[in-house]
Every structure is written in C-alpha cells, then in structure tokens.
Design a protein around this ligand. Structure first.
Ligand SMILES: [Zn+2]
Length: 287
C-alpha cells in the first residue's frame, strides 16, 4: 500500500505555525494529507498582550495557557497531529532565559535532533518544513529549530543513527519557510494604496540591520492559499496571549486579508525527487 502523504512543519513557539505555514497546513489537511505540527518550546518567554489577562496570574502558567491556544489554532487550521518537542522557550537573543538549562537554546544538539528523528520515524513525512539558518529573524529557538530539522532530515533515514528512535524513514523534501522580500514589498505597496500605517512594515531603524525575509531569488515554491486567509486570521486570533485584538490584521476587511495572505513562499533546500522549479506544491514530484 502506498504511504499516506504527510507534511511535518517544525516550529519554535506556539503561534509560529500560523504566519508562514498556516495556509499550507490547512490546504494540505483538506486534501487528505496527514499534517503534523511539531512545536519545539512552550513559549514561556512570550509577552502577554491580552489586556483582559492578569499578567501576574498568567505569567507563571504561560506554557499551559499557550498550549491551549495552540490546540485551538490546530483545530482552526484542521491540523491532524500536534507534537510538542518539550523544551523551554529561550527568549530573545542575549536574554537571561538563553542560559536556562531547560531551554531549547541550551539543549544538546544531538539529543534534540534525536527527539525530532523519533517523531519523523513515527509519522513518516515525505515533506519537512522549518526556517532558514537565521531562524527568520535571529531568535535562538528558531535557529535551533532550523538546525535540528536539517540534521533530522539526514539522520532519520539512516538506521545506524538513533537506532532506539524507531525504524528508519527518509523524508524526500526539506523546505525553508518565510516571507520573501518581494512579499514584504507587496505588503508595503498595499498598505500605501489602502492608507494603512503598519509599524511592522516600516523600514528598519538601523541601516546596518540585514534586510528581513528570505531572498526573493531563492524562493522555489509559491503555494496559493487565499482561500485559507480567514482561517489564518482566526488561528492568529485564538493565540490571545500573543496577538492583540488591536493587531492591524484583525481589523482589515476580508478582501484585503485575502490579498495579504494569498500566498506562502518556500525555499526547497533539499529534494531527493525530481520536482520542477518553480513549483506551486510542496508535494510536487511526490503525488
Ligand atoms: Zn517564534
């Protein structure tokens, strides 16, 4: 019997699944593909932006609250399987939380890779997705998620590696997700056209700051996800501790959201199957 098509996205914190992969997760689930979300940390270091929450009461149990939000988002996006890798949020680069021995940042690379290999062998995805080597924006947990995903891609198919983690399974394609500079420019043009002031899109303050987003010319894969735009917005909304009701996305009219969230872009970092470039499907060459 043919293996069921399976997509595994590896994200750092609860809510990261929505922005750059919420559309492909929802679309794939609707196509009958097994969708697996791996979230590496509990998001303990996140700020609490929900004005109705008592900070002192919620902060100590933020991981538990965010787990519930994540489960709600998983439902909204129709994701079939949620797996927590079990590490603590490392906080932004240079903060004290980086040194917490339970943090993902401090985790032994081999040990953390082994945990992901176990999940790859359990769910047998053909397609793996994580971030670029800068973790999209330099967050230590995003960088670590990138590292272990590449390492697990190489190790999972080798029975000599992590023999205790289950029978070998070789994923076929590895992707990097993220917003390209082209898409950021498109958002900027749209904001200007609609007269929206979006702090997010303002030029970086520091001229030495590297340009944000993945390089446009590296994008190999653009997936059309406009039909899932409202579900992405809804999935953001349920991450109440992280996404304020005032966040500009929440008040945009449906046709603007549809335009803004019309595509998700990826870089095909590795492929063991023949697939066209460009392609419009993460499973091109596998269906
Ligand atoms: Zn994150």
């Amino acid at each position: 019997m043919a293996e069921r098509l399976t997509l595994m996205t590896v994200h750092a914190h609860p809510d990261d699944e929505v922005f750059s992969t919420g559309g492909v997760l929802a679309k794939s689930a609707e196509q009958g593909i097994h969708t697996v979300l791996v979230t590496c940390t509990g998001g303990e270091e996140g700020e609490i932006v929900d004005p109705t929450m008592n900070q002192e009461e919620v902060k100590p149990r933020l991981a538990e609250v965010r787990k519930q939000e994540l489960q709600d988002a998983v439902k909204v996006l129709g994701i079939e399987t949620l797996e927590m890798l079990g590490y603590r949020d490392s906080g932004m680069a240079g903060t004290e939380a980086n040194q917490n021995p339970a943090s993902f940042h401090m985790a032994d690379l081999e040990e953390a890779t082994g945990r992901l290999v176990r999940l790859v062998r359990k769910h047998r995805p053909q397609v793996l997705v994580s971030y670029d080597e800068n973790g999209s924006y330099g967050h230590p947990d995003h960088i670590k998620a990138h590292q272990i995903t590449g390492l697990a891609f190489d190790a999972a198919g080798d029975p000599a590696r992590f023999p205790e983690a289950g029978p070998a399974w070789q994923p076929q394609k590895l992707y990097i997700c993220g917003r390209s500079r082209r898409q950021a420019d498109r958002w900027r043009a749209m904001a200007e056209e609609l007269n929206l002031d979006i702090p997010w899109l303002r030029a970086p303050q520091d001229v030495n700051e590297p340009p944000r987003g993945i390089p446009t010319e590296s994008v190999t894969t653009i997936v059309e996800v406009a039909d899932y735009a409202e579900r992405k917005r809804e999935a953001l909304r349920v991450h109440k501790t992280q996404i304020s009701p005032e966040f500009f996305i929440m008040s945009l009219p449906p046709e603007v959201i549809r335009r803004a969230f019309s595509e998700e872009e990826f870089i095909r970092a590795r492929s063991l199957v023949d697939a066209p470039t460009p392609e419009d499907d993460l499973f091109a060459g596998l269906r």
